[in-house]
Design a protein around this ligand. Sequence first.
Ligand code: ADP
Ligand code: MG
Length: 691
Amino acid sequence: MSASRATGARLPLGQPATSLLQRKLERLGLRDPSDFVVHLPLRYEDETRLVPILSLAPGMTAQVEGEVVRSEVQYRPRRQLHAVLQDDSGQLALRWLNFYPSQQKQLSEGNRLRVRGEVRNGFGGHEMVHPKVSRAGGDLPQALTPVYPTTDGLTQASLRKAIDQALQTADLSDTLPEEVRQQYQLLPFAQAIRMLHHPPAQVSYAELVERGHPAWERIKFDELLAQQLSLAAARAARRRQKARELPPNGVLLKRLRASLPFRLTDAQERVIQEISSDLCRNFPMHRLLQGDVGSGKTVVAAFAAAQAISAGSQVALMAPTEILAEQHFRKLASWLQPLGVNVAWLTGSLSVKSRRQAMAAIESGEAQLVVGTQALIQDKVAFDNLGLAILDEQHRFGVGQRLQLSRKGEAHEGVLALIPHQLNMSATPIPRTLAMTFFADLDVSAIDELPPGRSPVLTKLIADTRRDEVLGSVTAEVRQGRQAYWVCPLVEESEVLQLQTAVDTHARLVQALPDLRIALIHGKMAAADKQQVMQGFRDGHVDLLVATTVIEVGVDVPNASLMIIEHAERFGLAQLHQLRGRVGRGSAQSICVLMYQAPLSAIARQRLRAMYETTDGFEIARRDLDLRGPGEFLGVRQSGQELLRFASIETDTRLVVQAQEAVAVMRDCFPEHARAHLRRWMRDRQDFLRS
Ligand code: ADP
Ligand code: MG
């Protein structure tokens, strides 16, 4: 073989068969024997038994043996192979809508066959359509046949073979010490694993597929324990890290408080305190600040920033969109600049010159607060002494981005010595159980109260056939001196179509409402244009802002009191809640109109009903979780990471509690076991949990 081939420039001839299989297996995350071992069946087929034909009932999947007593090709209602199988007890019809000559031959009259399939009611009694057929009289397997989760082009047979091979070589030793197993009455690992891959025929099928069997309990316990161990490890690791202590220096904070045009709510005061104490510690804060849309998180961030700055540190605040970053920049600058704080601004769309200036100010430490987008975490941005990093709408950022920000701390002789404190803000409330189980080592603060004087947004569901009425209410609102948003239909599949839709929607509205000042904003516009449009809307020069979901997060224009969402049925629940949160920020009664196109799918109907029935972000989150399940809810589905494969935090609460209990014992008394357990269950997923 030539050198170029050996280095992989071309696939060597003659070997792809195995590597193709390997690639498919890898797609399922199956690489090492230990991966295969915990690739567990979804369900099982019972091929251990034969039943008499007389005992068959519609809906059951069964296996019978008998003699073919009739076999013919019928032409009505269409061409099909029809056969009748008979045993001592009765007859069963078999049917194939497509078939090969070889099948026809196999089904010749007089042949004795074993068939397996689902029983249905046919014209002349029970029948099986496209059953699995083999010769009668073969050995019956002793164990149930596992059916594994698989991927395109990977057959159950090859998957079973690969798993069975792995079971022979893999290390199945127990990572739980005897004590822990006894205490929670758990099966040994090897026994549980072997049982789940090859359950004996007498095991309760219901317990197996519903995962109530003791073997499943052991696996679920292991999985939950691994997760909790990993969280505990992350927490301990964070406490070993060093951060600069940032105690409050009274003057700046007092002046900030005095300059605000409103009184902080009790909830805001409380979370400001919580953050303040974290900042005084010498290990990095890792706190999630939750507060429903409009609850006033920005000002809390301002207090955290002021405290850090008063202690001599730099602060970075990162927002997911330019529009939001710009809005924060304005707001924070308006609060802090008069108090002598130097606020800088950094986004990807700055001119080369402004960018260079901003970078220089960041590097020299002259910029005390830097507000920006993802541009802040680029390699080239070097802070002089970043003490606090704030992420707004943290769920919009990936794990990697969050980690990158925490690496912008202070280095000494090239080694990262001080990690910045991190404050994550989010309006997507995470139900408590989820936060506890999934969010690594994260302390949670919640603003559970809205500023006074807000009346809840009134939500209306209106079919798009009543568009004229909606246009009328836009005009009426504007006549009263208020402003409105019109959110364009979502076209997720194509950016080009999305853009076109936005432009069309704008054009139609301009035509329908000639007296109004209407502007358009969308993601593909140049940053400067976006800024200009937002500024015009903020200043009241625009009555109606036609927008794509670029305004979804954070945008704050209190005079806007009407929100129209076209094709609301295409949006997700969290998204609708965020969009609706753009209104109801001032004292005027605000209205959100969800226009929909009938007929609605069942899930869209449930989403719209939830929006209609409640404005409480926590309740919405709970329903969203019900509708979507935790993986998608937390936005981890895209990252390809499954959080829990076997256990469910909703239904396995007892195991969750037990696993939490066992963590301390494992870490304190059995550190070797704990490490082995994490190796088996977590592998490369630890980073994810740490974020
Ligand atoms: P969110 O939590 O959605 O980020 P913002 O920080 O944008 O909310 O605040 C929403 C609006 O409420 C802003 O206009 C803000 O200035 C105002 N606000 C914040 N706190 C108070 C308060 N205690 N009293 C009155 N208005 C407040
Ligand atoms: Mg906000």
